[in-house]
Write a new protein. Structure first.
Length: 166
């Protein structure tokens, strides 16, 4: 593993349905230390920002690629959260800077549009989670305090500056 972290900027979207459920993707990356098919953690759709791409444009592109949902950048609310995470992925350490947006009242059946080779290999599941399910989840959630953070989003449109997550 290389010691010097690679900086990666990402855009993520908290997708909420009319009932207040949140759409999460399950990470099932090939890892020899994890039994095949086991979900490592659940996270919001999103991914890396490409050169010359805005955060909103990246978020919208990732929604289309990962879950087959096409929306306009103006439909996104926020940014609502900012998060920094430093950790290994494969043989590389990443210093990831995440910006989260919200998309509300979504009625959509997930059909991935254009997955990367790694995403296809991972065969990642998806699931709509009700607030009470998140509170009793035994799997890891990313961010870890997702239930409390979502409770704040459910009170209405986000009007303040983005909240910095630890």
């Amino acid at each position: 593993m290389t010691d010097r972290p690679v900086q990666r900027t990402t855009a993520r979207v908290v997708v909420l349905d009319p009932a207040g459920r949140v759409l999460l993707l399950g990470a099932r990356l090939p890892d020899p230390s994890v039994p095949p098919g086991e979900v490592l953690f659940w996270y919001t759709p999103g991914g890396g920002v490409e050169d010359g791409e805005s955060l909103r444009a990246a978020a919208v592109r990732e929604l289309a690629e990962e879950i087959g949902l096409v929306v306009e950048p103006a439909a996104l609310e926020g940014p609502v959260w900012l998060r920094r995470h430093v950790g290994p992925f494969g043989d590389q350490v990443f210093d990831t800077r995440e910006t989260f947006f919200v998309l509300r009242d979504v009625v959509h059946e997930v059909v991935p549009g254009a997955l990367t080779e790694l995403e296809v290999l991972a065969d990642e599941p998806h699931r709509w989670w009700a607030p009470e399910e998140l509170l009793t989840a035994t799997d890891d959630l990313v961010p870890g305090d997702l239930p409390a953070l979502l409770a704040q989003l459910r009170t209405g449109p986000w009007t303040g500056p983005p909240r910095i997550l630890s």
